[in-house]
Design a protein around this ligand. Structure first.
Ligand code: 8GT
Ligand code: MN
Length: 268
């Protein structure tokens, strides 16, 4: 509620009209929607009401063409600093969805971990210089190698990540996008970048591909049918008391005694 109070002090009652209209426009994902409100208000507070100008963009969906255009820019930036890094689009787009509320990427590199730690900050600095980022929140890693996987099906992971609002220039798109208004030169797009240790990439990829419901079901299956604990970092066999290693998602499914399930079959 602090936001509303500050908004009122800063901009007068009019600003609260804007806030109410924001609150009236819920998107299906509460978490994503709260993020939008949080960020939009933060930006509005620091930049004046222009912060609201791209609220429209954020509640409109991201198309696959837009996601692909963002992907090219993410890869360009990441490879400038870590040429051997793997960059994978995850989330709904990896599951074959045509639209999304954001674009998610998993980044990992077999190279030294010191370079990895700096990567997201370097990418943000580069994009800020190029005017490609409207807002970002970099969350440092709290990953520990020997920690057992979380038993909670909805637990957040410990990888370093960056939640940001990307400013996608129109010229980056080959085709006209129906959601773009006439004369608009860029679109604000929510992007999540996740950086994981190379040896955990299969678990991170499985976790970040979703869907959320699929991940919950898979974790419950591991716990109840296999006496194993699965999360975004690892798979632990409680009977044998060992971590089960995996280089690919296929190997994780095999450890769980399941046939491989393709990403586009995980939309449940
Ligand atoms: P959408 O972006 O089109 O709404 O659909 P999505 O791509 O399936 O949803 P998402 O919210 O972007 O999340 C993608 C997957 O990442 C989900 O399966 C979610 O469970 C998983 N995920 C994590 N950690 C986190 C996290 O910290 N935040 C979010 N939003 N998703 C996470 O493993
Ligand atoms: Mn997503």
């Amino acid at each position: 509620m602090d936001y509303f109070v500050s908004m009122e002090m800063e901009f007068g009652v009019d600003a609260c009209g804007h806030v109410s209209s924001l609150l009236g426009t819920g998107s299906p994902s509460t978490e994503g929607w709260l993020f939008h409100v949080h960020v939009t208000l933060s930006i509005a507070l620091s930049n004046g009401l222009s912060g609201f100008l791209y609220y429209e963009d954020l509640v409109s969906c991201v198309t696959r063409a837009e996601a692909e255009a963002v992907s090219v820019l993410v890869k360009e930036a990441v490879w400038a600093f870590l040429p051997d890094a793997f960059v994978t689009m995850t989330g709904g787009f990896r599951r074959g969805k045509k639209m999304g509320h954001d674009v998610d990427f998993l980044i990992t590199s077999p190279g030294s971990t010191e370079d990895e730690e700096q990567l997201l900050q370097k990418v943000m600095n580069l994009w800020e210089k190029k005017g490609l980022v409207l807002y970002y929140d970099l969350v440092e890693s709290t990953f520990e190698k020997l920690r057992l996987p979380s038993r909670k099906v909805d637990a957040l992971d410990h990888f370093q990540k960056c939640f940001l609002i990307f400013k996608l220039p129109r010229q980056r798109l080959d085709s006209d996008q129906p959601s773009w208004q006439e004369g608009k030169t860029w679109k604000a797009i929510r992007v999540d970048l996740v950086m994981c240790p190379y040896e955990r990439r299969a678990f991170a990829l499985l976790g970040w591909t979703g869907s959320r419901q699929f991940e919950r079901d898979l974790r419950r299956y591991a716990t109840h049918e296999r006496k194993m604990i699965l999360d975004n970092h690892a798979l632990y066999d409680k009977t044998k008391r060992i971590f089960l290693k995996a280089e690919t998602e296929e190997e994780i499914f095999a450890h769980l005694g399941l046939d491989y399930i393709e990403p586009w079959e995980r939309n449940a």
